[in-house]
Design a protein around this ligand. Structure first.
Ligand code: ADP
Ligand code: ASP
Ligand code: MG
Length: 449
């Protein structure tokens, strides 16, 4: 049972989690928690401020984080000095790290991970307190002693066998004693104990991976919406629940931007044949979305409109170089070296275009290469219409393009492998309007559930 940031955003929400877990007590639940909503973003900001030497701002930010967690603690367990002391100890370690970053002035991916994981370490204490307070015996299990990863800081990959062994050692005995283990999501450590994170939004992956190694019956992702929907309900109020989808369709919708699920979280579930159910912690009586081997019959109409923000378009004109063997991989490697993650790639006879997420300085990555000119357009979003049944339905693509052209200025069309989705690249500000228009025209009120 994984509870996302909004499900543990404050004392009231955390308290609300207890009965959801309590109901499952006879099924030996294992709980994974995210940081309180917004905390990882704030830690990320504090790293930048520390590197910039903004001492007062970092102190203020740290104090606010401290106040937020201690306040939640005193609401959940008034007068529990040991809890406050534990949280304070963790917070002091965080302050030391932030000071270190400020003094050194640079942060390796390794030191960033050390800081970014603090939100989950604090949240797990609060959740255990709430569970115990509600009469559910629970104990913190340090994910860094269980989830063994490689050293790809910022997006580490958990390793099956060592994690399985550690989980059996650390989690198994608690479950046998009917104690609910509570682990921070997003966190791991290399075999020699250096802290890593699984990438932003990675608590979903923590949950499905632990589900795999523990041979769970089901992985539940508890969040703040009813499940996987036909669009982001924040942008498209008409969005409807998708009751059942296949692993593959869910993975692709997630990869194209359905934030409710981390794209990498599906793979372990597929490997273990474990269904993943996305549910609303504010409405635990609702059934949610079941992702499994079988889904609804393939639909002739699109399943969902999903949006991925924070993209950068890089256009590389290289009419001579493009024919040189090895140029393509070199170009992509250099661009990835600037911190970007590749979202989409188009290759043609005079060059290539790549769409990157989370990119830094893409313009300069290829600047020194002779015969190559580079243009970069940041702050874009891809609004994609996706669904397993879409390939081979040219009529649908025509309608997508017509509607898109009416609703927004589309810079590029992006096609997914197997034609399972068609995306439109637009300025971020136009994304929600385009998503609404496409949802209205292609999904409307009926389909999806
Ligand atoms: P959590 O903290 O629970 O992990 P996230 O913010 O990561 O929550 O994911 C939940 C959010 O995902 C929802 O609040 C919703 O706005 C957004 N979202 C984007 N696309 C979709 C979609 N297709 N279906 C459901 N939610 C979506
Ligand atoms: N707290 C982490 C993040 O905000 C991990 C997660 O919530 O899944 O990215
Ligand atoms: Mg999430």
């Amino acid at each position: 049972m994984k509870f996302g940031g909004t499900s543990v955003a404050g004392a009231a929400r955390i308290r609300n989690v207890a009965p959801i877990v309590a109901q499952r007590r006879d099924e030996s639940p294992v709980v994974v928690t995210s940081a309180m909503a917004g905390v990882t973003d704030e830690l990320d900001r504090l790293i930048e401020r520390a590197l910039g030497g903004h001492r007062d701002d970092v102190d203020r930010g740290w104090s606010a984080l401290r106040a937020r967690h201690l306040e939640a603690a005193s609401e959940l367990a008034p007068g529990d000095d040991r809890l406050a002391e534990r949280l304070d100890g963790t917070l002091r370690d965080l302050r030391v790290l932030l000071r270190g970053l400020r003094l050194v002035g640079t942060a390796s991916p390794r030191s960033r991970d050390a800081v970014l994981g603090f939100g989950e370490m604090l949240a797990q204490e609060l959740l255990v307190t709430a569970l115990c307070g509600a009469g559910v015996a629970a104990e913190v299990v340090d994910s860094r002693e269980v989830v063994v990863t490689d050293a790809a800081f910022g997006a580490a990959h958990p390793a099956f066998e060592p994690t399985r062994v550690r989980a059996a050692e650390r989690i198994g005995p608690l479950v046998a004693r009917r104690i609910v283990p509570v682990l921070g999501g997003y966190l791991g450590a290399t075999p020699d104990g250096v802290p890593t994170t699984l990438g932003r939004g990675g608590s979903d992956l923590s949950a499905s991976f632990l589900g795999l190694v523990l041979d769970a019956r089901v992985v539940e992702i508890w969040t703040d919406v009813d499940g996987l929907m036909t669009a982001d309900p924040r942008a498209v109020p008409q969005a409807r629940l998708v009751a059942q989808v296949t692993f593959r369709e869910a993975a692709e919708l997630a990869a194209f931007g359905a934030r409710v699920l981390h794209p990498a979280s599906i793979e372990p579930a597929v490997r273990g044949g474990i269904p993943v159910v996305v549910r609303n912690s504010l409405h635990p009586e609702r059934p949610g979305t079941t992702i499994g081997r079988s889904g609804d019959a393939l639909q002739a109409s699109p399943r969902a409109v999903v949006t991925r923000r924070g993209l950068t378009l890089v256009t590389i004109r290289a009419p001579e170089q493009i024919r040189r063997s090895g140029f393509l991989s070199e170009a992509v490697t250099r661009l990835e070296g600037e911190g970007g993650t590749l979202f989409h790639l188009t290759v043609g006879p005079v060059g290539l275009e790549a769409v990157f997420g989370e990119a830094d300085d893409l313009e300069h990555a290829l600047a020194p290469v002779e015969g190559v000119s580079v243009a970069v357009v940041p702050e874009l979003a891809a609004v994609s219409v996706g669904g397993e049944g879409l390939a081979g339905q040219p009529g649908t693509w025509g309608r997508v393009l017509d509607e898109a052209a009416r609703a927004a200025r589309c810079l590029r069309v992006l096609q997914a492998p197997r034609a399972a989705a068609l995306g439109l690249l637009v300025r971020e500000a136009e994304a929600d309007g385009l998503a609404r228009a496409l949802h209205d025209a292609l999904i409307g009120e009926e389909a999806g559930s």
